[in-house]
Design a protein around this ligand. Sequence first.
Ligand SMILES: Cc1ncc(COP(=O)(O)O)c(C=O)c1O
Ligand SMILES: N[C@@H](CCOP(=O)(O)O)C(=O)O
Length: 472
Amino acid sequence: MTTYVSTRGDAPRLGFCDVMLTGLARDGGLYIPEVWPQLTPDTITSLFGRPYWEVAVEVIRPFVAGEISDAELGRMASDAYATFRHPAVVPLRQTGSSQFVLELFHGPTLAFKDVAMQLLSRLMDHVLEKRKQRTTIVVATSGDTGGAAVEAFANLNNVDLVVLFPHGRISDVQRMMMTTSGAPNVHPLAIEGHFDDCQAIVKGLFNHHKFRDQVALSGVNSINWARIVAQVVYYFTSAVALGAPNRVVDFTVPTGNFGDIFAGYVAKKMGLPVRRLKIAANVNDILARTLKTGIYEVREVHATTSPSMDIQVSSNFERLLFEASGRDASLIRSLMGSLAQSGRFVLPDAVLAAVREEFDAGRADEAETESAIRAAWREAGDLIDPHTAVALAVADRDTTDSSVPNIVLSTAHAAKFPDAVEAACGIRPELPAWLDGLMSKTESIKIMPRDQVAIERHVLAVSRAAKQGAAG
Ligand SMILES: Cc1ncc(COP(=O)(O)O)c(C=O)c1O
Ligand SMILES: N[C@@H](CCOP(=O)(O)O)C(=O)O
């Protein structure tokens, strides 16, 4: 059995299904596999040309380690990716002599989060149903995770979903996707704060053990290992399409909470020949600063046109530090203690060197982001979203070596951010036809302070009402 350990070294070892339902480890850390599963070059070669869901089964199977049968995993993956509007699920387009764009936004909520969330909801529902359990999910979002979670978990019998998003700091389309489902088990809360406040509250809820047990708390942020693992799949499909395992590739990833790019690191650990993983940040550039100086220091969050990356405390960086430190849980406890106390920590030299061995980092400011949107439209007739634009701006700056293909992850559809796209290139992207009517639906929304106690009370009330409803 593949077992999972916490980055803070003081939580029970768990198997896949328990890790998926547990969310944050009980010691405040993040779960990670004890050993990295390997895919042989022959297995990687065999992924070429296969349907996306089949590749998903091959990549995810070793992490599940028999806890869910291949047949069940295959059925869930096939159903999950049937919700995507592109036959390739995540098509790869060539945009330059050695540049490729991986379109991850053809799912129901037009962002890469659908890739993992559509599968995760099926996996969680399957396990909850088998165990005859119900759970309360509290998710923090800077705009996209929340919408994907609402779409994936709405109306499921065994789940209540509470979504915390930063009030007034997301796009209208993102908000409407979270507030108009009408599903009785979905509870969107607009928090008077920014994403980091929402994420801190979610982690605070997990760290309040009595509360987490009372409501059977689960998480579907990238805290949840199953989210990361489902995101590993497209690193394989895209690299294999370009010749892996016989050809090495780079990836440039628009980065906020570090989940997506960490999935690329996992793919590399599993045997995919990845040369560099390039972090692309907006002006909330804590990771770019950390790679440059070795000092991880939280600063004020700036609102940008790429709001989903308006993040300072980059949750999954903890997983990377665990790896880069040779899995030194006591070092991680000390760094995270320092972060909680003073908003900063200094990376030991060896850890910084290990991070730099795999990752590069760059940032694009608002003018560069706008200019990348304009250039994509004028030069190629492509409407790109601001998050993708951040990644392209960073990728285009690095022209040192064009011998290795660079795959730039395109994480959202332009129509999720129509104001920013129109301001940059004069064209207002239209929502796809299947979302006609979204913007005129009735919203249900509650505004709340960034107060963990108040949120706990609210979640408890949600959970009690749901239990009573289920019993009656
Ligand atoms: C559109 C978009 N791009 C990029 C990111 C950054 O991804 P990650 O938080 O996994 O680094 C996000 C948020 O997660 C997003 O919603
Ligand atoms: N950008 C995300 C932030 C949460 O990230 P997650 O990967 O941890 O869920 C969002 O759009 O909500």
